[in-house]
Design a protein around this ligand. Structure first.
Ligand SMILES: Cc1ncc(COP(=O)(O)O)c(C=O)c1O
Length: 444
């Protein structure tokens, strides 16, 4: 029987993202359905979702309120544009998001993804300075190992070498990068935020500002906890120090909260966890608990009012996506926000649960190949020593063997990332960390 007769699709037509397509298509891992903490594969195996799939399914899978909201909306208003037309949902979602943000961050611009949120935030920063009469502020400062999606602007300020390599010379000009905050020699196996390292933020004032001139810098963009760079937790006081320096020099601070937004650290956003008020915040992923693509940028009152009040009339910002504020995505967001509120999920990554997660991760200290363990709230990673000459191979082997054991954890090079849905229970930690521990004994 060929593939078409068995009902299985041909595999060659779908060019899969961030995937070794040839390897996958030789041995596909096909998921058929999902519920709460688990996937069911096509061959009927239950797999624990240890990464909220891609750091996004914070409410767990196929949650009734979200499913119902999407179903209902699809039959009522399938699509409406937000270009000079309106429908209630994006206004409602924006108001709900603004309730969850620090006080002066009140205005939401919708995108469909985190990558688009990065482009949008950077464009808002450029246009804002121009409106304020500071058009020379065009440079951006990102950080090594930073991940801000895959569009050209995002990879320009991002710092994941493999994502940038093929586009060298074609990235945004005028970008510099802060050093990342990881140091395996002095800060390995730290629980939560390290006590030392805040001074890494001083590089902005000591090297970057003198080099480029503050009057030429539009914004600094960082993830509060960097995710796709390997789950790097900032040292205590580091983000506050970045905030102080940027404010002193009139530079905007953009926090990319695409992973940390919606409860990952036990507060609605990381901005509250670290007590830092940025000028722009990006979100995506968990706003709909991953169900329908939706992202956005939250702008401070000062930025929004500059756009609204310094131009006499007409379109204030020449930017937007066909699907900005899409009804299905906004309905899903309402369902997700209701679920988060009813189940108090945005403050769940705290207390005894976060402690059990931390203990589970740090129990890997001394396990074969493990050179670091990191955690904050309900996000963490263990880092493995790379196999000589084959970086990432050991991490990928752990991922594949864990999948065989019914646990999905994500390899980020030789880091193994953990970021479970916020409905997780301690028994799931036992299953997840137990599988990884067994697998580590078997990888070469
Ligand atoms: C911090 C951060 N920013 C941006 C993005 C890009 O989001 P998307 O894949 O929705 O474009 C991601 C995705 O993982 C992310 O982790």
């Amino acid at each position: 029987m060929n593939a078409a007769q068995s009902g299985a699709p041909a595999l060659e037509h779908y060019w899969m993202p961030f995937t070794d397509n040839r390897r996958f298509k030789r041995a596909p891992k096909m998921i058929a359905s999902a519920k709460d903490m688990y996937y069911t594969t096509e061959d009927g195996k239950q797999v624990l979702d240890g990464l909220a799939t891609l750091w996004c399914v914070n409410a767990g899978h196929c949650r009734p309120r979200i499913v119902e909201a999407i179903r209902k909306q699809a039959g009522e208003l399938d699509y409406a544009s937000s270009f000079s037309l309106g429908h209630r949902l994006p206004f409602q979602v924006a108001a709900r998001v603004a309730e969850l943000t620090p006080p002066r961050l009140d205005h939401v611009f919708f995108t469909n993804s985190g990558s688009e949120a990065a482009d949008t935030a950077l464009k808002i920063a450029l246009a804002y300075h121009r409106l304020k009469g500071e058009p020379t502020r065009t440079r951006f400062i990102g950080r090594e190992k930073g991940y801000h999606g895959v569009n050209l602007a995002g990879i320009s300020v991002g710092g994941v070498p493999l994502n940038r390599k093929a586009y060298a010379g074609m990235l945004l000009p005028g970008v510099d990068h802060l050093r990342h905050t990881q140091d395996l020699k002095t800060r390995a196996f730290v629980r939560g935020c390290a006590e030392s390292g805040a001074e890494l933020a001083d590089e902005l004032e000591e090297r970057i500002i003198p080099l480029h001139g503050a009057e030429n810098i539009a914004a600094v963009i960082v993830e509060p906890v960097s995710g796709a760079g390997g789950v790097l937790v900032p040292p205590q006081g580091y983000l506050k120090r970045l905030r102080e320096i940027t404010r002193r020099h009139g530079i905007l601070l953009i926090l990319d909260e695409v992973i940390t937004g919606f409860g990952r650290l036990g507060t609605p956003f990381a901005a509250q966890y670290f007590e830092v008020e940025p000028d722009l915040m990006m979100f995506a992923k968990a706003i709909t608990s991953g169900t329908v693509p939706l992202g956005g940028v939250i702008a401070s009152d000062a930025i929004y009012e500059t756009f609204m009040n310094t131009q006499s009339a007409g379109v204030e910002f020449f930017h937007g996506y066909t699907y900005s504020g899409h009804p299905l995505a906004c309905a899903a967001a309402m369902g997700a926000l209701d679920t988060y509120a009813e189940e108090k999920l945005l403050t769940r990554a705290n207390g005894a649960l976060a402690q059990a997660f931390e203990d589970g991760i740090h129990a890997f200290q001394g396990a074969p190949h493990v050179v670091d363990c990191r955690n904050l709230g309900l996000i963490g990673a263990i880092e493995l020593e790379p196999r000589p000459g084959a970086p990432g191979a050991r991490g990928f082997e752990v991922f594949e063997k864990c999948w065989e054991k019914g646990v999905y954890v994500r390899p980020i090079g030789d880091n193994i990332g953990f970021c479970p849905p916020l409905i997780v229970e301690p028994k799931h930690f036992d299953q997840m960390f137990g599988a990884v521990a067994e697998v580590l004994k078997t990888v070469g």
